[in-house]
Each structure stands twice: as structure tokens, then as C-alpha cells.
Design a protein around this ligand. Structure first.
Ligand code: FES
Length: 139
């Protein structure tokens, strides 16, 4: 677990009244760094390898973005900030789960299960050559 990840997990636990520290933490998740170009984050497609998703660290955002490769080869991006109380959601078995109070979301950020009532913030995402381009203004 890297330092930034650890700090996020501690913050999430504090938000959840001490009950939210995930057993999995950041272990096993593939983090990549983005190259920032004004209001866009660029991620190399090669960084995905065979993975369906990566977590993207963007220096200007407090939590990473979740970038998912869809069946049709397109990509979708959502914030990992849970819309209930702000903990970091985690990829689990093909969808996203919040370790604090159990909210669940689809890979596109739609609510599957509460207590959250709101979808994750979404970011327009497109391909440009060897890069996945994420527009950093939530849509
Ligand atoms: Fe409560 Fe995510 S912060 S379910």
C-alpha cells in the first residue's frame, strides 16, 4: 500500500466513524499516473495491459478516477468519491463498492444499492491514438 493510498483509507475510515477501513485497502488495484494537458488527463492505453480498468491518480483531484474499458472498446470514467459521504469506492467483482456503508455502483457510476441516492461523477472519455483522454470537468 502506498502512502497516498494509506492516507485515503484513513480518511475514509474517519468519515465512516472508524468502520470504513477496507480490508483490501489499495492492495491489488492498478494505479497509473496521468499526464495533465490543461483540462484533460491522458492515460496511455498500454497502461491497461489486459486489465478492464485502472485507477488514475490526477494530482489536482483528492481521489483517483476509475477508468473502465467497455466491451465495445470505448472507455468510461467516474470519480471514486462515493456520493453518500465521500469515501473512496473500490472495484469489486465487476462493479464498484463503497467500504464505508456499502453503497454499490455500476462501472459507469449508476447506483445499484444505497445508502447513496446519487450516481458517481462521470467524466467524458475518448480515445486519441495511443491515449485515453479524460475531460476533467464532470458531466
Ligand atoms: Fe457511505 Fe459510501 S460513504 S456508502
Amino acid at each position: 500500500m502506498n502512502r497516498r493510498c494509506f492516507l485515503r483509507q484513513m480518511e475514509a475510515a474517519a468519515l465512516a466513524g472508524g468502520a470504513g477501513l477496507s480490508a483490501s485497502g489499495c492492495l491489488g488495484f492498478h494505479y497509473v499516473n496521468a499526464t495533465i494537458r490543461t483540462d484533460r488527463a491522458l492515460v496511455r492505453r498500454a497502461d491497461f495491459g489486459d486489465r478492464r480498468y485502472v485507477l488514475v491518480d490526477v494530482p489536482t483531484l483528492p481521489l483517483p478516477l476509475y477508468v473502465y474499458r467497455n466491451d465495445d472498446g470505448s472507455y468510461s470514467t467516474v470519480s471514486t468519491r462515493c456520493m453518500h459521504q465521500g469515501c473512496q469506492v473500490e472495484p469489486v467483482a465487476g462493479h464498484l463498492v463503497c467500504p464505508c456503508h456499502g453503497s454499490e455502483y455500476t462501472n459507469e457510476g449508476a447506483v445499484l444499492r444505497g445508502p447513496t441516492r446519487y450516481p458517481l461523477d462521470r467524466f467524458r472519455t475518448e480515445l486519441d491514438g495511443d491515449h485515453v483522454v479524460i475531460h476533467l470537468v464532470a458531466s
